[in-house]
Design a binder for this molecule. Structure first.
Ligand code: ADP
Length: 547
């Protein structure tokens, strides 16, 4: 017997309908690529998204067609997401920080028919235009006056393009399992892989993200997604924000400490989200200028492990609660958030930080397990490491145009991360499986060492990698970017770590560098570091080898 409730497919455009109808006046503020601040509201975003939909249809874009966006977070980018998916086409976010040939590869693999982009990225697109045959037209997020001369085929200014239709248009309706969006994983090993979100997965995921124990947005929030829409589905904020009726502040192109601080204060942002490197820059700016975070209540930090020192600085110095989050492109992307369950609510000081440094617990809709290499479940005791596997309605079951089986017998996806889960369900990622340092058959967590190292007052950024060792197989090497004007010594840093981890975890050497390489999503690029230090001779290795 079926239930007798209405068939109301979970379609993403219903989110912007809801926002326009119930929170239509709520401001959406952007730092435009042209420079000035631009202010609009949800009702206008919806009206213009309908024009995008109508105009795409006039250009012959049909259900299932891919439309790429290569753009910063602005109101135009947000409108086009809804416009694209509102006719059953698929927004495909492309990360402009990737290498140019990777961008071309991804566009070709997705067979994008159109590209919507910022003026900033025209040089990239011009360079690859001869190698992206499926692309019929480029729509540039600007008005006619700001459209530079370009060699791109059928290039048009977005404002002129949407002005050619009247917006008298209705969204299309279709099955909620229809594809809505697409995002490629960064492909640090091998080619990038396309993750294809459905309307249903995006809607359910946004609802999960809104729970008070996850990101917890409400209509009284002023939320600033610093995380770009092109990074892992924009961490769900392009949907969760309008669903909650939260006001949005979209930072455009300028993501440096001073620019972010300017928006946080000028627009009284209450909640924001980004990877640790962004917050490192903000905290350095605050330290230098003596700035305060008066309105900010919560900062969501994820994408890579949030250093302990960052959590305590935000909370103890600036009074801002840190929500450490873990996820991945394949998970839409939120997997866990570290908010406090009643079991931990009374913790203070270091004990509280011990918990907050973990990646947190899963919401309804994310099931986790940790297993050994043979696939046997491991206990949730907070100590036993295992391969982390997940399943749920917003977790990928396959990659785009790829027949490979990515789920185990129980339907779980292997995240490639290694971690522990404690008895209250708090996940602690110890490493990516390929980054963990294997020393004499035992595992050393590079993440834990990095976190501790950045807690040293003279360290700006730190990375730990495994370097070949004749006796132990691999031993940790600590790579450090000192804070401006500071000189730390090797002994000072190793001594600092010494009391905090098991003796055999202490790195064998320290190198000081001016810069650590980052991936296109702002994470430490371990592959590049491993390549750079491939032949590094650890002093202990030399000793072990003998004269
Ligand atoms: P990209 O590598 O392109 O940024 P993802 O965002 O999908 O792609 O990366 C997901 C991976 O990032 C996770 O599998 C995990 O290894 C790492 N990660 C994300 N959040 C955290 C976190 N809070 N702590 C540790 N690692 C994290």
């Amino acid at each position: 017997m079926l239930g007798l409730m209405q068939d109301w497919p979970l379609l993403c455009h219903r989110i912007i309908d809801h926002a326009a109808l119930n929170h239509g006046e709520r401001p959406v503020i952007s730092r435009s690529i042209e420079g000035p601040i631009h202010i609009t509201k949800f009702s206008a975003i919806r009206a213009r998204a309908l024009r995008v939909a109508q105009r795409l249809e006039r250009d012959g874009v049909k259900r299932g067609d891919r439309v790429a966006t290569l753009a910063w977070n602005t109101w135009r980018h947000l409108e086009s997401w809804y416009g694209i998916l509102g006719i059953g086409a698929v927004y495909h976010t492309v990360n402009p920080r990737l290498f140019t040939d990777q961008i071309a590869w991804i566009i070709n693999h997705a067979e994008d028919r159109m590209i919507m982009t910022d003026v900033t990225f025209l040089p990239i697109l011009e360079k690859i235009a001869g190698h992206t045959p499926t692309v019929e037209r480029t729509i540039v997020f600007c008005d006619g006056a700001h459209l530079p001369k370009t060699t791109l085929r059928n290039a048009v200014a977005y404002e002129d393009w949407i002005a050619e239709v009247d917006g008298d248009f209705s969204w299309k309706s279709f099955d909620e399992n229809t594809a809505a969006g697409m995002c490629y994983t960064s492909g640090t090993t091998g080619n990038p892989k396309g993750v294809l979100y459905s309307h249903r997965s995006n809607v359910l995921h946004a609802m999960a993200a809104l729970r008070p124990d996850m990101v917890g947005l409400s209509m009284s929030d002023i939320a600033m997604p610093v995380v770009p829409l092109f990074h892992a589905n924009g961490w769900a904020l392009g949907f969760a924000g309008p669903m909650a009726g939260a006001s949005l502040v979209l930072p455009g192109q300028k993501l440096d400490g001073a620019s972010i601080y300017d928006l946080l204060t000028q627009f009284k942002v209450t909640c924001t989200a980004a990877v640790p490197t962004v917050w490192l820059a903000l905290l350095q700016h605050l330290e230098k200028t003596g700035g305060k975070l008066t309105h900010l209540r919560r900062v969501v930090i994820g994408g890579s492990a949030c250093p302990r020192a960052m959590i305590s600085t935000f909370q103890d110095v600036y009074g801002v609660e840190v929500i450490h989050a873990w996820g991945m492109t394949e998970m839409s992307p939120l997997g866990t958030t570290c908010t406090l369950k009643p079991e931990y609510a009374e913790l203070k000081g270091e004990a509280l930080l011990d918990v907050q440094q973990k990646q947190g617990h899963a919401p309804f809709g994310v099931e986790m397990k940790i297993t050994d290499d043979a696939g046997q479940r491991m206990p949730w005791d907070g100590k036993t490491f295992g391969r982390l596997k997940v399943r749920g309605p917003a977790v990928a079951r396959a990659y785009f145009k790829d027949d490979g089986q990515i789920l185990d017998d129980e339907g779980f996806f292997d995240t490639g991360d290694v971690g522990t889960i404690d008895r209250y369900g708090y996940l602690n990622i110890t490493d990516r499986s390929k980054d963990v340092i294997k020393s004499g058959g035992e595992w050393i967590s590079s993440i834990e060492l990095e976190n501790l190292a950045v807690g040293h007052p003279k360290v700006a950024e730190a990375a730990v990698i495994g370097v070949r060792h004749p006796r132990w197989g691999e031993r940790p090497l600590l790579i450090v970017v000192p804070k401006e004007g500071q000189a730390a010594s090797k002994d000072e840093l190793l001594g600092f770590l010494g009391g905090k981890v098991a003796k055999w975890w202490v790195p064998d050497d320290v190198v000081f560098v001016a810069e650590i390489p980052h991936t296109a999503t702002g994470k430490i690029q371990k592959t590049a570091l491993r390549e750079q230090f491939k032949t590094y001779a650890l002093p202990t290795a030399v000793a072990a080898r003998g004269p």
